[in-house]
Design a protein around this ligand. Structure first.
Ligand code: ASP
Length: 315
């Protein structure tokens, strides 16, 4: 009973207006992730490596906000966060504000494999990752024309760096052109659950800002009951320990669907527009969101489903 679910970010207000010109490329990437990694999971790949590979493939797609194509911060730089967790032993790894590696999630996985510490920060995390074999890239290589144009728009609109999560005017990557934080959750043939999330954060974020994505329990969580990856305005997800909240609600007897919805309802009043993907130990898959759209997909028993707006379609 293996399962894989992925997201490529959630956001926007109002009704979905249909796909943009760039969306077919995003959908094609998600389909490729689901068919490649889904088949590997079925053939015995473990959940931890599955979510790492799934997120790496989306980091490598320039239209998602992770790895190459990450959004730019207030200093016009790319600073990326990623985290990963295995449910069976709660092993976790996280890197914060890395700037010159191709795949932050691979770095987080190596941190997890090392066992201690759980989180590594900026320059030291880059150095550790590169010395551990993660591909080094120039910070400029990570910057795409699309993100540069979004940053120029943010700059000329004089949007506030450090906009708060309660501020609807905060520039999310989502509002400018799609979104793109990426995440994956999986259960493997041994019943092990794992979750991974990776992001460039939010356009114009202030130097040193840390979102929910690299924080275990906020953006990412996995234990023996559930694997969770969140996307949305990070500060609200941090303030509610959102990913962990799903597990807490399961422990209190809620279904996975109730737990995910309950978590999003808890995050929303403090400015947390977003969505979540989750798989529980029974193999239930939930992918709810409260925003205009969420790039998302799942691989269930060989069937691949993807979607952006309200409905999912099968391939
Ligand atoms: N949660 C991410 C952050 O706050 C952004 C996102 O998911 O779009 O950095």
């Amino acid at each position: 009973m293996v399962r894989l679910a992925i997201h490529g970010g959630a956001g926007g207000d109002g009704p979905w207006k249909g796909p943009t010109d760039l969306d077919p490329q995003r959908i094609a990437c998600m389909q490729s992730v689901l068919s490649t990694v889904g088949s590997m999971l079925e053939n015995g790949l473990d959940a931890l490596e599955a979510v790492t590979m799934a997120v790496e493939m989306m980091e490598d797609e320039p239209l998602f906000n992770a790895g190459i194509g990450s959004v730019l911060d207030a200093n016009r730089s790319v600073t990326m966060d990623a985290s990963i967790m295995r449910g069976s032993d709660r092993a976790a790894g996280s890197v914060v504000n890395v700037t010159k590696i191709r795949n932050p999630i691979r770095a987080a996985k190596i941190v997890l494999d090392n066992g201690w510490p759980v989180m590594m920060n900026s320059t030291a995390a880059d150095k550790f990752a590169i010395e551990s074999g993660v591909e080094e890239v120039s910070p400029d290589w990570l910057i795409t024309d699309l993100r540069l144009a979004q940053w120029e728009k943010w700059k000329s609109a004089k949007s506030r760096p450090g906009s708060t999560d309660e501020d609807d005017g905060a520039i999310l990557d989502h509002d400018a052109e799609g979104m793109g934080t990426v995440g994956a959750v999986a259960i493997d043939s041994r019943g092990v659950l794992a979750a991974a999330t990776s992001t460039g954060g939010m356009t114009g974020k202030p130097d040193g800002r840390i979102g929910d994505t690299p924080i275990i329990g906020a953006g990412t969580w996995a234990d023996h009951t559930v694997a969770v990856s969140c996307t949305g305005v990070g500060e609200a997800f941090i303030r509610t320990c959102a990913a962990h909240e799903v597990s807490t609600r399961l422990r209190l007897g809620e279904s996975l669907s109730q737990a995910c919805k309950g978590m999003l309802d808890m995050v929303a009043p403090i400015g947390g527009r977003g969505g979540v993907i989750a798989i529980d130990k029974e193999g239930n898959v939930e992918i709810p969101f409260q925003t205009m759209l969420m790039y998302r997909g799942a691989w269930i028993e060989g069937e691949i489903m993807t979607g952006i707006g309200p409905s999912l379609s099968s391939q």
